[in-house]
Structures are given as C-alpha cells and as structure tokens.
Write a protein that binds this ligand. Structure first.
Ligand SMILES: Cc1cc2nc3c(=O)[nH]c(=O)nc-3n(C[C@H](O)[C@H](O)[C@H](O)COP(=O)(O)O)c2cc1C
Length: 167
C-alpha cells in the first residue's frame, strides 16, 4: 500500500537516493511499458514547481516510451532488488521482457506505470526536453570521456505530480 506524500516531506538524501540506490525510469501504459535503470538525474525546483530531471541516451528503448507518453515514473527500491535493477540496466526491453524477468507487478498512478515492489515512486509530467549540445561543454574532458560514440543524452525535465511512499 502506498500513500501520497508531499514532495517536501521526502527525507532521503538525493545524492545517495539516485546515485547509489539507483532508480527505475518507466514509461508506457499499464498494458505495455518499458523500464530502465538510471543513476544520473536530479530533483529540484523549476518554474516554481518540484521537478525531476533525467538523462536518456538516444539508443535506449525506454526513450521511445518516454517520447510517446505524457508522463514517466521514477521508482526507488530496497537493496533486495539490486539484481533486478542491474538487469534492467544491462538488458534492453527490445530483447527481453524485463518486467516479467524481474517479477514486477505493474500498477498505474495518474495513468503512468510503476512497480508495486518499489518503496518510493515519483510520477512526473514531461515539461521540457533538450539534447545535450557538445559545443556547450565547458569541461573539455566530458565529451571524450562520456561520449566517444557521440550519443549525447536527451534531457527531460518532469514536473513531479505525485509522490507515492510505501506505508
Ligand atoms: C546503475 C546504472 C545506471 C544507469 N543510468 C543511466 C542513465 O542515467 N541514463 C541512460 O541513458 N542509461 C543509463 N543506464 C543504462 C540503461 O539502464 C541500459 O542501457 C538499459 O539496458 C536500457 O534499457 P532499454 O533499452 O530497455 O531502455 C544505467 C545503467 C546502470 C546499470
């Protein structure tokens, strides 16, 4: 069972939440969705609203779902799901059914899919996107280090509409 909480009552450190715990970025419908692990992203405030920022490389299957839908979800899990998150971060939904493989139960909130096994879910409504522009890198090492294939991330900023916390 989840309860809706105010984003301001989130009490976890955002750097460990995203960077260490990792998250599943999911989009689609209750019938057909795709998910991928993400450990880069941000939570903050923009246009006077709570927002989440995610970075998706162009080759991710999940990108097609994020592009198509109005919303995406970010879900955070307990340590017992580390293997599942590693799988969702190494296999593509083009090749396997990750939801089935991980034994996840799909639920929807405000029309957006997430997994019942999560501890915390952010439902985000897409507000903005932009591709990283390599001419804007001010640190000269970033391009060569992170983008040898020139597969620059597509940035999405989503307004956090709903925060669900497991009771
Ligand atoms: C810990 C971890 C973090 C990741 N973070 C991101 C990320 O922030 N952005 C991204 O595009 N890919 C990231 N990935 C890679 C995708 O999760 C991976 O390529 C996945 O297989 C894509 O699946 P899809 O093709 O079904 O979308 C990460 C992978 C791992 C293991």
């Amino acid at each position: 069972m989840f309860e809706r909480i105010d984003p301001k009552s989130l009490d976890q450190n955002v750097f460990s939440l995203i960077g260490d715990q990792w998250m599943l970025l999911t989009a689609g419908t209750g019938e057909k969705c795709n998910t991928m692990t993400a450990s880069w992203g941000g939570l903050g405030v923009l246009w006077g609203k709570p927002v989440a920022t995610v970075y998706i490389r162009p080759q991710r299957y999940t990108l097609e779902f994020v592009e198509r839908e109005e919303k995406f979800t970010l879900a955070f899990f307990g340590e017992e799901y580390r293997k599942a998150l590693a799988l969702c971060g190494s296999k593509s939904g083009r090749d396997i059914d990750k939801v089935k493989e991980c034994g996840f139960t799909v639920e929807t909130a405000d029309g957006a899919p997430y997994f019942a096994q999560a501890d915390l879910v952010l439902v985000c409504r897409k507000a903005y996107w932009q591709d990283m522009d390599p001419t804007h890198f001010l640190d000269g090492e970033i391009d060569g280090k992170w983008y040898p294939e020139k597969d620059y991330h597509r940035i999405f900023i989503g307004e956090i509409e709903t925060v669900l916390k497991k009771k």
